[in-house]
Design a protein. Structure first.
Length: 574
């Protein structure tokens, strides 16, 4: 909704490179207060009796969850506590009902009227765009309205949490909660949208074959356990196995046509569209060529058996190509080249990820004879197998060691470079002479210098007082301010948002968040299983004892103590 209306693109020229930059413009037609109001109206729309009935529609759910005791039961032995709604069991069919309500119903008319009256949205075209946006995302809205319609069965206060989130996550003027807003400006809105898309991508892809969305969300899984139970339980005999689960998942596709599937995929595969696009310039630019390669071609390759110039049918090929080349190429003599006389400039260490992905190995042979002969070292490296060397553009280095590198040391170029790709990205450790060698070969490359500081810890692994990461950051920031009071913040913690490269934080915290999510999900699932097993054992033991109450009475009459009788029944559990 924050980008609901496009404006004309803005085209500028990047002076250093000459490239065209296309910046997509969006009109800010909705304020954060209005967006919050629209979400509240959508929430109230989902609470309407007609909408709730269409989303739940328990009577038309095929093969509902069976139950006799634990989940309560009706006359048909179907669960009454954990009832699966129509929106979650047959999402595609429920979506068609929602589309009808969005097209023409008193509920959608009331929704539009509330936008005009309560939220100062008077433009009919804008209101139609909002409704069109809901229709384009109707499949996902259907699933979420199913949550709202059945939230009364949840013991996790899902409905209250959702309502509080809607009214607190945007920084609005009319605040109704003391919670700090999650989003304060358009930049944070775009960043949150991008992160939400990235984090829900797997679940959205799986939902196209009806895999429950809440499987990857521990909070929603605890709030609506009936959704996974619906796929594993069946009221019919000889069902409930793995084949039945797969068949039940495919039911969503069985009721869909091509247009339904197309709309579903388009709605669930959103991509973050960056507002900045670069267009390569069509202007002519100079290209650097190594003239020694052409000299090698003329002096060694284009020669006959006797070493003379190559001629074919009386045409001197060597001379003809040489003249043609120097008609279009202008040799330039550079007088400030650096001549290296140190073999150490050819040695390097690479990080483990790159070495593992590209089959690189450490060269363990003897290189002492080349340490005083730079040219010999260069020829020797050129003759080695590729697995013992790393080639950076045209410069080759001999691998003499493999080291490890943390992910946040890798440069973050853009949002497509958040995840490290060790097959194409590497951190290479060289000495000062090796760095001078690569820099002199490519003097126009930008050099960025960083200082990586580790906070000291004591014997117990705790940060030393006054030298914690926060204290060091404050100290370094003050130093930078004293040097240049007008400079931007240049000191960041490893997991702190960077205004220049915000993707760096995502790279650091994403894996940690995934691990925590998996750990929490495991704890919740194990806890649920323990509770279910405890219930089952309790009912089985109770029924077992009730069936043998006469035996217990006889044993008591014979003088056996209660503890001995209980100990005898414990053997049943084993």
């Amino acid at each position: 909704m924050n980008r609901i209306e496009r404006d004309e693109d803005k085209i500028t020229i990047d002076e250093p490179t000459g490239n065209k930059i296309i910046e997509k413009q969006h009109k800010k037609v909705l304020s954060f207060d209005q967006i919050t109001g629209i979400l509240n109206e959508l929430y109230l729309f989902g609470k309407k009796e007609k909408v709730v009935k269409a989303m739940t529609n328990y009577e038309n759910v095929v093969n509902p969850i069976p139950s006799k005791v634990i989940f309560g039961s009706d006359s048909q032995y179907n669960a009454t506590v954990f009832k699966i709604p129509y929106a979650h069991a047959h999402t595609n069919l429920a979506n068609k009902e929602l589309e009808k309500l969005l097209d023409n119903s008193t509920e959608i008319t009331e929704f539009k009227n509330n936008l005009r009256k309560n939220h100062n949205i008077k433009d009919e075209k804008l209101i139609n765009k909002i409704v069109a946006l809901l229709k384009n995302n109707s499949y996902e809205i259907t699933y979420n309205l199913g949550y709202i319609a059945t939230a009364s069965q949840s013991a996790t206060n899902y409905d209250g949490a959702l309502n509080k989130f809607i009214n607190s996550f945007l920084n609005t003027k009319k605040r109704t909660t003391s919670l700090n807003p999650l989003i304060n400006d358009d930049y944070e809105f775009d960043l949150a949208f991008k992160m939400a898309i990235d984090n829900t991508k797997l679940g959205n892809y799986l939902s196209t074959i009806n895999v429950p969305n809440n499987l990857l969300n521990p909070m929603i899984l605890l709030s609506f356990p009936q959704i996974p139970l619906y796929y594993g339980l069946s009221p019919n005999p000889n069902e409930g196995n793995l084949a039945y689960i797969v068949k039940k998942m495919m039911d969503n596709l069985r009721f869909s046509n091509i247009e339904d599937i197309k709309k579903q995929i388009q709605a669930l595969t959103h991509e973050f569209d960056s507002s900045i696009h670069f267009v390569e310039s069509k202007n002519d630019s100079a290209v650097d060529l190594d003239i020694s390669s052409f000299n090698h071609l003329f002096n060694n390759v284009l020669r006959n058996e006797n070493g003379g110039e190559l001629e074919i049918f009386g045409i001197n090929i060597t001379t003809s190509i040489k003249k043609a080349l120097f008609k279009i190429v202008q040799p330039i003599q550079v007088s400030n080249l650096i001549s290296y006389t140190d073999s150490g400039s050819y040695l390097a260490k690479v990080n483990y990820g790159y070495a593992n992905k590209n089959g690189k190995e450490v060269y363990t042979g003897d290189i002492s004879q080349y340490l005083n002969n730079p040219y010999g070292m260069q020829v020797f490296i050129a003759s080695l197998d590729d697995k013992y060397k790393i080639k950076i553009n045209t410069q080759e280095y001999l691998i003499i060691g493999i080291d490890s590198s943390t992910d946040y040391l890798y440069p973050v170029v853009n949002e497509e470079n958040i995840q490290v790709d060790p097959s194409t990205q590497a951190i290479v450790y060289v000495n000062s002479k090796g760095f001078d060698r690569i820099f002199s070969a490519y003097p126009t490359f930008a050099i960025k210098e960083y200082a990586l500081v580790k906070a000291p810890v004591d014997d117990k692994g705790k940060f030393i007082a006054g030298s914690s990461p926060e204290d060091l950051k404050k100290e370094f920031s003050e130093m930078m301010t004293n040097i240049n009071p007008n400079s931007f913040n240049k000191v960041y913690l490893k997991d702190e948002m960077d205004s220049i490269n915000p993707e760096r934080k995502i790279r650091v915290v994403t894996i940690r968040s995934i691990i925590n999510s998996i750990r929490n999900a495991s704890i919740y699932l194990i806890s649920i299983l323990i509770i279910l097993v405890a219930f089952i054992i309790y009912f089985i033991m109770k029924r077992y004892i009730e069936a043998r109450n006469k035996v217990v009475g006889i044993l008591r009459a014979q003088g056996y103590k209660t503890s001995k009788i209980a100990l005898a029944f414990c053997a049943f559990g084993w």
